[in-house]
Design a protein around this ligand. Structure first.
Ligand code: FAD
Length: 473
């Protein structure tokens, strides 16, 4: 029986059993068709709002499989998507009807403790990398939730608890192995395929399939001082006001995240506040423990906290502290942009809209990122946005499809008036499905977008990697 697959031009490709068989013979990993028992699970991503059905899923076991998948797709003109950790809010990993090239089985990490680098395969989660590097008291600049994929995070920029010290994740990539749109295997670094290397450090999935990343590592922990402090939602204005001063004065070793939400029934929060509005600040100090206590003291002394779990703990534990708030399979909708600082209007808007939250899982988050970012030249990597001090993320999260409209509307209503408080820039990795060219331009700015478009023409003239936030415009 033939299989119908979606082509890049939108037409249907009839794949004969012989064609499928010859692809399977050349491919070492699994090739899943829609009737395979493993197919349904393989197409599910973190955001349950995404419900696409690829015609074929190619689960790669190494670089050769990636090359074979690209060649097969080219031969048949297929629409393709690339899956890393499957955490992209817009569901870019999964295409409708085409070929999904799934990297998630590739999870090897090799650490060079002397050279302070790690090579990680592209299917790794952040947790995979932290686990191996922390064995040596080292860490890469990664994000806040351990199940997130390194691949999408790195090619889109990447920020986390070490960003204030060392910049975007992509600023700290030493080299990558890449399979290009023509199926060629290249190494990209500061002295090999320099343009491609630049574009892959923030230009998103538009330039090739990275099979492994080599990261620069930094001494961290293994124990750090970190955790969270929470206050009643009634105190949100006072806490955000103090948070603004606290974070602005914080040393680079200290990164914090302010969160406005309904208290979940988490063991670290007293039962009396469960289901009620709270404001919390997550802190992580990656410098000397002796210095950390003093840096965090002003926050601990603020008002009357309902909970304080700031303590000495393993860095890997800190890196997964927010995991439970972001489970795979809920419905999610985000709106986001960068802030140059926290102004009074922003505090007003955040507290007002936190009071209108429609779901116990939704939150308004402020991630502090300013520091090393701003010291690098504007075009150092396409992730850019070096004037950003905070990331504002209005994160809608709920369970039932019937509640989609109300929760999406809440996020949009909160987002629109906060535009006036932003730098005008936004994070490519936080863009939702419907955010198009104007928001992509906001993410990069015109000069960087033009340079990305030129490199795209060179490495992918047919726009083979099109299931992305496009940089061609
Ligand atoms: C719960 C949660 C927490 C997050 N926290 C952070 C955070 O702290 N910091 C931060 O910076 N971001 C964060 N993000 C955003 C995250 O960076 C993006 O969602 C990113 O796209 C996730 O990468 P992935 O590999 O899991 O995504 P996927 O959905 O698998 O892939 C997304 C896109 O990345 C590209 N891609 C994937 N694999 C490859 C590859 N091997 N080569 C080339 N391109 C590839 C493709 O275009 C793909 O479509 C978070 C997201 C979630 C859902």
């Amino acid at each position: 029986m033939t299989i119908e697959l979606t082509r890049m031009d939108g037409a249907t490709e009839e794949l004969s059993p012989e064609d499928l068989q010859s692809f399977k013979a050349a491919f070492k990993g699994q090739v899943l068709t829609t009737d395979d028992p493993a197919y349904e699970e393989s197409r599910k991503v973190w955001n349950a709002m995404i419900d696409r059905r690829p015609g074929l899923v190619a689960r790669c076991t190494g670089t050769v499989d990636v090359v074979q998948a690209v060649r097969f797709a080219r031969r048949h003109g297929l629409l393709c998507s690339v899956r890393g950790g499957g955490h992209n809010i817009a569901g870019l990993a999964v295409c409708e009807g085409g070929l999904m090239i799934d990297m998630s089985l590739l999870r090897g990490v090799w650490v060079d403790p002397v050279g302070r680098t790690a090579r990680a395969q592209a299917g790794c989660t952040l947790g995979d990398v932290d686990r191996e590097t922390q064995l040596h008291g080292l860490a890469a600049v990664l994000g806040f939730v351990s199940a997130t994929g390194i691949a999408g995070l790195t090619v889109g920029g990447g920020f986390g608890y070490l960003t204030r010290r060392h910049g975007w994740t992509c600023d700290n990539v030493v080299s990558m192995e890449v399979v290009t749109a023509s199926g060629e295997v290249l190494r990209a670094s500061a002295d090999e395929n320099v343009d491609l290397f630049w574009a892959l450090r923030g230009g998103s999935g538009n330039f090739g399939i990275v099979t492994s990343f080599e990261y620069r590592l930094f001494p961290v922990g293994p124990d750090i001082l970190g955790g969270a402090i929470a206050w009643h939602g009634d105190d949100a204005r006072q806490v955000l006001d103090a948070y603004r001063a606290f974070s602005a004065a914080a040393p680079r070793e200290l990164t914090s995240v302010a969160v406005l939400r309904i208290a979940p029934p988490a063991p670290w929060l007293p039962k009396e506040v469960h289901g009620k509005p709270i404001v919390a600040v997550f802190v992580c100090h990656t410098g000397k423990i002796e210095d950390a206590e003093a840096s965090i003291a002003p926050l601990r002394a603020l008002g009357e906290p309902v909970a304080d779990i700031v303590t000495r703990r393993p860095y890997t534990q800190m890196q997964s502290l927010l995991d439970a708030t972001q489970p795979k399979g809920r419905r999610y909708y985000w709106k986001s942009h960068y802030l140059p600082g926290i102004d009074d209007r922003l505090i007003d808007l955040a507290t007002t809209h936190a009071g209108r939250i429609r779901s116990p899982h939704s939150a308004i988050l402020l991630f502090q990122i300013q520091g090393a970012l701003g010291e690098m030249p504007a075009g150092h990597s396409p992730a850019g946005n070096r004037d950003a001090a905070y990331v504002l993320n209005i994160a809608g999260s709920w369970e039932k499809p019937d509640d989609d409209a109300a929760n999406v509307q809440w996020a949009r209503d909160c987002f629109e008036p906060t535009r006036a408080c932003s730098t005008g820039g936004t994070y490519i990795n936080f863009l939702t499905e419907e955010e198009g060219q104007d928001r992509i331009e906001a993410a990069y700015g015109r000069p960087i977008l033009n340079r990305l478009a030129a490199i795209k023409r060179q490495y992918d003239p047919d726009n083979f990697f099109r299931h992305t936030k496009s940089v061609s415009g």
